[in-house]
Design a protein around this ligand. Sequence first.
Ligand code: ADP
Ligand code: MG
Length: 439
Amino acid sequence: MPEEAKITWGNILDYIKERINVQSFNTWFGSSQGVELKGDVLLVEFPNGFFIDWIQEHYYTVLEEAVQHMNGNKLRLAFKALKQEGDRPRRKKKRIILSHDGTRLQERFSFESFVVGKNNEFAHAAALAVAEAPGEAYNPLFLYGGVGLGKTHLMQAIGNFIYRQYKNLRVYYTPAENIMTELIDAIQKNQQMEFKRKYRTKEVLLIDDIQFLYGKERLQEEIFHTFNFLYSQGKQVVITSDRPPKEILTLEERLRSRFQGGLVVDLQIPDLETRIAILHKKAEAENVSIPSNVAYYIASRVKSNIRELEGCLIRLLALASLSGQDVTEQLADEILKDLIGKGSKITKQMILRNVIDEFGFSEAELKGKKRTQKLALARQTSMYLLRTHLSLSLAEIGDFFGGKDHSTVIHAIDKIEHLKKTDLEYFQRFERITSKITS
Ligand code: ADP
Ligand code: MG
């Protein structure tokens, strides 16, 4: 029923349109079309496969929300590319991206698609061990590392592996933030029992980005009990975070020691060879090959975030395919300028200068010992920006500010995270500084 398909997809688009910026909406969804509704599967067409990749990477959550908002989980989305890209014909298979089989896993995050390098070999080995013997190898497995370094990928690879290998095990993936929302909801509706049952009946529970628990005692309590329950039953728990348990200051001590009782492993920034290998792997998954010099060109410029690395490649391939151009360094250069702006050239001094512009202190004051409220805020903002834009270690940041302790840096990062969410005025200042640094 093409008409019905159009209407259904139209409703989903309306939902999304209100939630993402107009330009992105037009670029990525403007040329999509609902073409067929068969049973509970809605088939949507996009100009080519890169659109589908981009959308999966960036708009998965909002799509999922839109579907839930419309009819509570009944609908599944399948995406199809109108044009086959690459020299070899693309797999004919339509890709079902929202499979509500209850796991919330995305199939593309697998061990097969994960490139192992020096930066992640230990984490990879641990993840594989857990996947092969859930509940027996390491429990919990705690993966940590900076933004875009593969935590979610590795965690979901465990889930997908187990899901395929052991059909009878109930696997469930969830961002910690969602548990929070569900808990609040359950309390309001007086459905705590359902909430408990939902989490305690899983054999494998994957909780992503646990940093969202910072300072949320009730939720920590709930997770602690859930974890203990699952653990005592020999069930597997995997957790990710942007930092190790010992650096989560507001984490309840018993929860922290629980986390440390398993295996704690980190993911580091990949070296150049690994970044190049990731680009080739990604291109291969798209059935295209990219010239080595272009892979080198991109990999040597996008260093600290694999999501951005892939983002550059996908944009590059999309642009080349749409405009019929070859994949060259020049084209890559345009994309890089567009995508990360001066991003690759952000320096410590640049961050400091912009904070100074905004707050009006001197560099010596920022690095000094004095602690008025305003000065502390400027200092904390700088620390936060150094951490998020340059992925400096806590110790490096401490040193840069005249030998401050790493717990001071952690405190600064938590504080700014919190302020950004709760203080509009601060948020605006923060955005002002960020846009100057990145534009
Ligand atoms: P994080 O959760 O740490 O922020 P993700 O797991 O979401 O990061 O990874 C960001 C992107 O980079 C994803 O598309 C993921 O597939 C990709 N990625 C990360 N690490 C690797 C790797 N080692 N090999 C292949 N792709 C990777
Ligand atoms: Mg993640």
